[in-house]
Design a protein around this ligand. Structure first.
Ligand SMILES: [Fe+2]
Ligand SMILES: [Fe+2]
Length: 279
């Protein structure tokens, strides 16, 4: 099972009026994913699909995926809006008014958890979401499960991207997940950087964005004092490739420029390759 995760597409964000930068970055990402061998079994888009959640932004999103024949599963981010997203992407109501779902496979489950809180930049995880998650995790307790969510429950050190903005959603999520030892990994987005961490006993892989990335600056920021620090940088669009091997989920953090080949497997490399495999 190979899962290509893309996140933070922010379709509709104009760097300049009329500038389709994020459209182009998404197209570049999809081209890179479609060229992979073997091809991923599915694409998981973990939220901030659009910049504002406007219906026309979802329509544009669908246009950009028009010639993508890999199954795609949509998740919601803080920049999205539930009703326009559901309507445009044909997502059924999960019974709780959330955009949550579970992908069931013989030996693996993907639980796609809605962490959107209207008006919130950070995550949300209320009683309804907790009830839904408990029911899903209790349904197949012996099946390895990957939890996917837009917001990262771990702080990445970028001080203007705090985890909770004080509402404590990540603490409640932690308590909800803790009894369910079949949760093998949490995958998420939102931070616009690739970051690995441990969250309680669960490994976390934060996928970087197809939209521009955030600058890494681990010093405190004063919101009242613009200090000219870089905030957003123009690195290549990124995605993650998750491979389930029956025991664990390994994650390759990918960039669309990863095929800028320096060395090919030509005869002069044969000795090096056979040595690497034999010793
Ligand atoms: Fe984002
Ligand atoms: Fe986000």
């Amino acid at each position: 099972m190979i899962i290509a995760q893309i996140t933070d597409l922010h379709i509709g964000f104009p760097a300049k009026p009329g500038d389709p930068q994020n459209d182009q970055r998404l197209t570049e990402t999809l081209d890179a994913i479609k060229a992979l061998k073997p091809r991923p079994d599915l694409i998981l888009a973990t939220g901030d699909l659009t910049n504002d959640g406007y219906p026309e932004q979802y329509e544009r999103l669908l246009e950009l995926f028009a010639d993508c024949d890999i199954p795609i599963h949509w998740m919601i981010g803080n920049h999205d809006q539930r009703e326009p997203m559901r309507a445009a992407l044909n997502i059924p109501d999960d019974g709780n008014d959330f955009v949550s779902s579970v992908l069931e496979f013989d030996d693996l489950r993907l639980v796609l958890l809605d962490s959107h809180g209207p008006g919130l930049h950070g995550g949300a995880f209320g009683a309804d979401q907790a009830d839904w998650l408990e029911r899903q995790l209790a349904a197949r307790p012996d099946t390895p499960t990957i939890l996917a969510i837009h917001h990262s429950p771990v702080f990445t050190g970028i001080s203007w991207m705090p985890v909770s903005n004080g509402n404590g959603w990540e603490t409640r999520l932690s308590a909800a997940v803790a009894p369910h030892k079949q949760v093998k990994k949490l995958i998420c987005g939102h931070v616009h950087r690739s970051v690995d961490a441990m969250w309680n006993d669960v490994p976390v892989a934060v996928c970087s964005s197809t939209a521009p990335q955030l600058a890494v600056n681990l010093t405190a920021i004063d919101a009242d004092n613009p200090d000219n620090r870089p905030l957003v940088v123009n690195e290549s669009p990124a995605f993650a490739l998750h491979i389930w091997n029956g025991s664990y989920l390994m994650t390759h953090h990918m960039r669309t420029d990863h095929n800028n080949t320096l060395v090919k497997f030509e005869p002069f490399m044969q000795h090096t390759i056979s040595g690497a495999m034999d010793h």
